[in-house]
Design a protein around this ligand. Structure first.
Ligand SMILES: NC(=O)c1ccc[n+]([C@@H]2O[C@H](COP(=O)([O-])OP(=O)(O)OC[C@H]3O[C@@H](n4cnc5c(N)ncnc54)[C@H](O)[C@@H]3O)[C@@H](O)[C@H]2O)c1
Length: 372
């Protein structure tokens, strides 16, 4: 017997900025309230303290019911936290038509999305990102995840939030390190997808992005552009089978920097800054593999070095870095494959490089230590 199945993926999520976003959220919550359906709000301890008051003040009388809370930070992005949240949802009587709102950074959005998309085979969820990385990247595009043992994002689903509401006022309480982390992903998106955005980002007017208090007008501009680019890429390739992989630029080396930083007595490094270091290394591969001009490599490297600093890497660290990279990626006949840059604004996926070239890329990066 053969039964033809025709499955059309429904992609009905929307990404809205502050004003239309809050109006849409109010409408959704009133509808839930009117039909006595349950709403849940997920926060971490920091977003409960710093973001919940603004959330309540903007919603006025409307108050989504139960509060669910996790500890802050990457450790919480685990299957244990997911289990705890599934159990809480059950004990609070959540059902198929309940709604989960994620108010937080990439961790809350990734974990909350994972929990919602698996609870009773999937309940709707809304992302309200509160960090620059979540606004520009993590809260958009429907990748949900938890880590398993030391492997990032090992378990996850593709599931679009019904709404992603981006309000840069939440950034007012974010520290410099977290602002930096998001900015690195924004630089990456510009480098792989939009030359004019890259030129704008690196123009003197935008040097004020990393300052506290934040310059909200600048952040609104760059987050709107970056989120729009990401949304376009995701619409083309929701399940990450092709073009979406351009967003991985900098990430193979970047994940190795992150893993190195987790070994004992190492300096911590944020995800975004690790990706910035990774982009420097992958620019070197790009020159030698897909013809990025050497002058572009030098210009990009100096910009990334001056905005994001230098993460110390000794020659003795290179074997560990290589080992992290081979665990992270499929090895293809002794080669590792990357997304590389042909020129700013244009990236090519699936570019394979051998170990010798990868070691040279580390050496190139190490020479940046003395550059400012
Ligand atoms: N799903 C995706 O497509 C995607 C893309 C990029 C990154 N990510 C994931 O995102 C995560 C990193 O995101 P992140 O940097 O937002 O992490 P995070 O959620 O841990 O937030 C960083 C810190 O900022 C705090 N915080 C959040 N909002 C705040 C605010 N407005 N004011 C004060 N403090 C606030 C948090 O409590 C936390 O301590 C990683 O797990 C990464 O894998 C996912």
């Amino acid at each position: 017997m053969q039964i033809p199945l025709s499955i059309t993926e429904t992609r009905t999520g929307s990404v809205l900025s502050a004003k239309p976003g809050w109006e849409e959220l109010k409408r959704i919550l009133q509808d839930y309230d009117g039909r006595s359906r349950k709403c849940f709000l997920l926060v971490d301890e920091n977003t409960e303290r710093d973001c919940l008051p603004l959330f309540h003040s903007l919603l006025g009388e409307i108050n989504p019911a139960e509060l669910l809370k996790i500890a802050p930070g990457e450790q919480a992005k685990s299957i244990d936290s997911a289990k705890h949240l599934w159990e809480q949802l059950s004990s609070f009587g959540a059902s198929r038509d309940s709604l989960l709102i994620n108010l937080g950074g990439g961790v809350v959005c990734d974990l909350g999305g994972f929990v919602a998309s698996t609870f009773m085979r999937g309940i709707p969820f809304i992302n309200i990102p509160t960090t620059s990385i979540a606004m520009a990247d993590a809260a958009i595009g429907g990748k949900t995840a938890v880590n398993l043992q030391a492997v990032k994002n090992r378990m996850g689903t593709f599931s679009l939030p019904r709404l992603t509401l981006i309000d840069t006022r939440f950034l007012r309480t974010l520290g410099l390190a977290d602002l930096h982390s998001g900015l690195a992903e924004i630089y990456k998106t510009a480098l792989v997808a939009d030359l004019s955005f890259w030129n704008r980002l690196t123009s003197p007017e935008l040097t004020g992005l990393i300052s506290v208090p934040i310059q909200e007008i600048l952040w609104e501009e760059v987050i709107e552009r970056s989120a729009g680019l990401k949304w376009n890429i995701v619409e083309d390739d929701f399940r990450d089978q092709g073009r979406r992989a351009i967003l991985n630029f900098g990430h193979t080396f970047g994940h190795a920097f992150e893993s190195l930083s987790m070994l004992g007595n190492r300096l911590p490094v944020s995800h975004g800054v690790a990706v910035a270091m990774g982009m420097i290394c992958e620019c070197y591969l790009s020159v030698n593999t897909v013809g990025l001009a050497k002058e572009e490599m030098a210009r990009i490297s100096v910009i990334l070095r001056s905005v994001f600093g230098y993460y110390p890497l000794s020659g003795n660290d290179i074997p560990a870095m290589l080992s992290f990279m081979t665990k992270d990626k499929k090895v293809n006949e002794g080669n590792l494959c990357f997304t590389l840059l042909r020129k700013p604004g244009e990236a090519l996926t699936g570019q394979c490089c051998n170990e010798k070239l990868i070691i040279e890329a580390f050496e190139y990066y190490r020479r940046m230590e003395v550059r400012k």
